[in-house]
Design a protein around this ligand. Structure first.
Ligand code: NAD
Ligand code: TYD
Length: 345
């Protein structure tokens, strides 16, 4: 099979590329990535050595580039990871989120329709369901929970999901959607909670926890997410949505403390800074459907996954140290400068 993976130079896409190359050496993988600040060709260095892997630098919003590529490659399956993915950036500048996440999805589905792709898979997020209250631990997101978004990021992902459903119903495009909880693991860009705290703790820089740090996320090791997507594209039912999550809810502050302990750093580095605007309180996935229909279960326990992740960042400093200089430093100063000053007042 010939599989298009968009956004494969990013965190989850790259992990998916490596899983596919390992588990399905008979398939061919073509990766399209625009190489935004979040995409890194260094991440795909090993994949580049495989004969059944091709990298194409292109924007999924570029209709001509996508149609030309689809005509040339005759893809069987399309897996769309490409997105602007950081909530804080979406609060600063929503526009690029609407362009890439919604219009880019439309271009890919138009090309999939035109060239008879057998499966279009949209990688979505649990954030499309909005949030759950902290005082109702009995509530979980199911596939039928109404979409009720909070941030420009989650709204753009929900917009894309609705469009995917429309392309399935109106044009009969064979689609599936997966909605996963927060991922962690190798190759995550250091703007996200876990790698940011690891990088800052190693440099003995302040660890900026938004608000009280009591917000809850449902963490899943990235490889488990990739295995779930692999099952869905091969065995999942067309037209369906699958939630992916491992019942691993953690408060932000507890994660930061685990990282301090693992790295032998003082919790005194923790600084409570100005909260994120519209900050979602709790995400929690009910993964019963994917378990019942496809037999998926998470394999990595958080206690093991977080240690593996910390070790990866220690062993691969050159990968992220290059990223945390340059453009990222400007982003960091803009995003965190005032937040930290606010609490010092
Ligand atoms: P990421 O930001 O690490 O990577 C995104 C990749 O997409 C980058 O390589 C970037 O260069 C590429 N890209 C961005 N705009 C593009 C465009 N216009 N054309 C082509 N490529 C473009 O993101 P991630 O964390 O790997 O997330 C991947 C997908 O999974 C996203 O769709 C995200 O919404 C979803 N998701 C992420 C999480 C999470 O915890 N990170 C959880 C659930 C779902
Ligand atoms: P993040 O990794 O940005 O993922 P998402 O917002 O998509 O869940 O953030 C995870 C949680 O950590 C979220 O509640 C916000 C919080 N957070 C901080 O407290 N400090 C930080 O510096 C960052 C990046 C996030």
């Amino acid at each position: 099979m010939n599989i298009l993976v968009t956004g494969g130079a990013g965190f989850i896409g790259a992990n998916f590329v490596y899983l596919e190359l390992k588990e399905h050496p008979e398939d061919r993988i073509v990766c399209v990535d625009k190489l935004t600040y979040a995409g890194n060709l260094e991440t795909l260095k090993k994949a580049m050595q495989c004969d059944n892997f091709r990298f194409v630098k292109a924007d999924i919003c570029d209709r001509k580039a996508m149609f030309d590529l689809f005509a040339e490659e005759n893809f069987d399956i399309v897996v769309n990871f490409a997105a602007e993915s950081h909530v804080d950036r979406s609060i600063e500048n929503p526009e690029i989120f609407l362009q890439t996440n919604i219009l880019g999805t439309q271009v890919l589905m138009d090309a999939s329709k035109e060239y008879g792709v057998k499966r279009y898979h949209q990688v979505s997020t649990d954030e499309v369901y909005g949030d759950l209250p902290l005082n109702r631990p009995d509530l979980f997101f199911t596939e039928t929970t109404p979409l009720k978004t909070s941030s420009p990021y989650s709204s753009s992902k929900a917009g894309a999901d609705l469009l995917v459903n429309a392309y399935h119903r109106t044009y009969g495009l064979p689609t599936t959607i997966s909605r996963c909880s927060n991922n962690y693991g190798p190759y995550q860009f250091p703007e996200k909670l876990i790698p940011l705290m690891i990088a800052n703790a190693l440099a003995e820089k302040p660890l900026p926890v938004y608000g009280e740090g009591v917000n809850v996320r449902d963490w899943l090791y990235v490889e488990d997410h990739c295995k779930a997507i692999d099952l869905i594209i091969r065995n999942g039912k067309v037209g369906e949505v699958y939630n992916i999550g491992g019942h691993n809810e953690m408060k932000n502050i507890d994660i930061v403390k685990i990282i301090c302990k693992a790295l032998g750093k003082s919790e005194d580095l923790i600084v409570h800074v100005t909260d994120r605007k519209g900050h979602d309180m709790r995400y929690a996935i009910d993964p019963a459907k994917i378990h019942a229909e496809l037999g998926w279960l998470p394999e990595t326990r958080f206690a093991d996954g977080i240690q593996k992740t910390i070790k990866w960042y220690l062993d691969n400093k050159e990968w992220w140290e290059r990223i945390v200089s340059g453009e990222y430093q400007n982003y960091y100063d803009n995003m965190y400068g005032d937040r930290i000053k606010d609490v010092e007042k």
